[in-house]
Ligand binder design. Structure first.
Ligand code: HEC
Length: 450
């Protein structure tokens, strides 16, 4: 896209645009903003045309230094991860599944798809049902992420979880597939190294006769279960949601971003009959004709119901409770202008035009454990297809290294990829000194980020 077109499509940026991009880039170089207070709200948060023309990752070795920059890291990384890899699959699709990395057997309800290009086996499950590691196994936590999400097409939503090569290198060199290593004195301060990325994606079965099938990113269908337990092979699986979580140098708590498809569900508060954006005629997870906005009706699920239960899990009426994941006006304004900026630059044929950044959350100064007093950005962040039934809090509510005791768990345990429990056998290969290769993944002691 030419610069001329880019300018016309986002007139709000006007002639300030080029200067603004430069300023934002300066900030990501770790220099504190000279005048951020005065200009932050009025200045739009923009995408660099290079993110689309030649996708590459942001520099994870330097920290984002403004609210806008956190969201820019997320969008830039998303555009890179969803660009084609040399083997044909998209870059994120070449990452190993978390179960594979940890040598875990996927759950019995998992379905698989073998990549025609790489022969990699991808694994998809209809729901997640692990409790929080730090709190007792409460109903709330079990229930929150544990419901089955059923789309308006009466199809079950499937989830895939992936870890990038930097993350895999950390797990392997620090022997963290062994549960016992989590408790070793040497592991006490271990963190996911800068550049490590975790992805969780949601997919729904889709027929080729869906009127807007060409406006979704799709992969080949595989044998899935319907809510009644019967199995069929849909034409496609369509991408509806994408958690993108990454570490930068000064952010061991990880930076938590999430993307959604524009036709998933309307923004809250619930309004009867809120229409999807053109040209979509229907929402994937919300029935336009259903006018019941009562809290006992929207974002509800039947506890314990899974594909094949009697009665089967019902079709869900979903609303995105907090647009942009909340946060202050600067945060919401930055997300909106950045989404508009990316949209204006993607080509008319790109399916990624139909995906948007809901928001991003991190902690001030990269402090741990996360708490309401140090959280920053989209402080009510949730993805309508992943935290559907528990949208009132944010990612750190479950992803924390805080423990009930005064002793916090190691920072890497903000991730739920690591084993929750296990026997102490096999024993960890180290106690008070990290293996050399593991120590090499960790930053040298330095003052915390701003
Ligand atoms: C209600 C608790 C809860 C909330 C809130 C939550 N998650 Fe998770 N998340 C989990 C659990 C449990 C798993 C592990 C699921 C499994 O292994 O089946 C998980 C897994 C993940 C994974 C895969 C890697 C990993 O760490 O296991 C990513 C990425 C992720 N979540 C991102 C997010 C983001 C981004 C948010 C906020 C928008 C969020 N989560 C909110 C409970 C939660």
């Amino acid at each position: 896209m030419t610069l001329e077109k880019y300018r016309q499509t986002i007139p709000v940026a006007g002639l300030l645009m080029a200067a603004a991009i430069c300023r934002r880039q300066d900030l990501s170089q770790n220099k504190p903003p000279a005048n951020s207070k005065a200009t932050a709200v009025s200045e739009p948060c923009l995408a660099d045309p290079n993110w689309i023309q030649s996708p590459s990752q942001p520099d994870f070795q330097s920290d984002p230094m403004s609210v806008c920059a956190f969201h820019q890291y997320a969008w830039r990384s998303f555009l890179f991860l969803t660009s084609p890899s040399p083997v044909g699959d998209l870059i994120f699709e070449t990452f190993p599944s978390i179960d594979d990395v940890f040598g875990r057997k996927a759950s019995p309800s998992a379905k698989t798809l073998v990549s025609a290009n790489t022969k990699k086996v991808r694994s998809f499950v209809p729901r997640v049902n692990k409790p929080s590691r730090v709190e007792p196994f409460t109903d709330d936590l079990q229930a929150g992420p544990g419901g089955v999400l059923v789309a308006q097409s009466n199809d079950v939503t499937y989830y895939e979880q992936l870890l990038d090569p930097t993350g895999v290198g950390f797990v392997k060199s620090c022997d963290l597939t062994v549960f016992d290593c989590q408790a070793q004195p040497a592991a006490k301060d271990l963190r996911l190294p800068a550049g490590a990325i975790e992805v969780k994606a949601s997919w729904v079965p889709m027929s080729k006769s869906h009127p807007n099938a060409n406006l979704f990113y799709k992969i080949n269908g595989f044998a899935v279960q319907r809510p009644d337990g019967s199995t069929y092979v849909p034409d496609f699986m369509a991408l509806t949601g994408f958690h993108l979580v990454f570490a930068t140098k000064g952010h061991p708590e990880l930076i938590w971003a999430t993307f959604e498809h524009v036709a998933n569900a309307p923004d809250g508060p619930c309004v009867p009959g809120a229409p999807p954006p053109a040209p979509f005629q229907s929402w994937t997870f919300n029935n336009l004709k259903d006018t019941d906005c009562s809290p006992t009706h929207i974002n509800q699920f039947v506890k314990g119901a899974k594909p094949g239960s009697k009665p089967p899990p019902p079709i869900n009426q979903v609303v995105r409770v907090t647009p942009s994941g909340g946060g202050d006006p600067e945060n919401v304004g930055d997300i909106k202008s950045l989404n508009a900026s990316v949209l204006a630059q993607l080509s008319a044929e790109s399916v990624w035009r139909n995906y948007f950044l809901v928001g991003t959350i991190w902690t001030k100064g990269g402090n741990l454990p996360p708490s309401t007093s140090n959280e920053a950005g989209s402080t009510l962040l949730a993805n309508a297809t992943m935290e559907t039934f528990r949208q009132n809090k944010n990612c750190f509510d479950c992803h924390t290294n805080a423990t009930g005791s005064s002793q916090a768990a190691p920072p890497f345990l903000v991730s739920h990829a690591f084993p929750f429990q296990g026997s102490s056998k096999p024993a960890c290969s180290y106690t008070s000194t990290l293996p050399k290769a593991c120590a090499a993944t960790q930053p040298p002691p330095s003052p915390p980020a701003k």
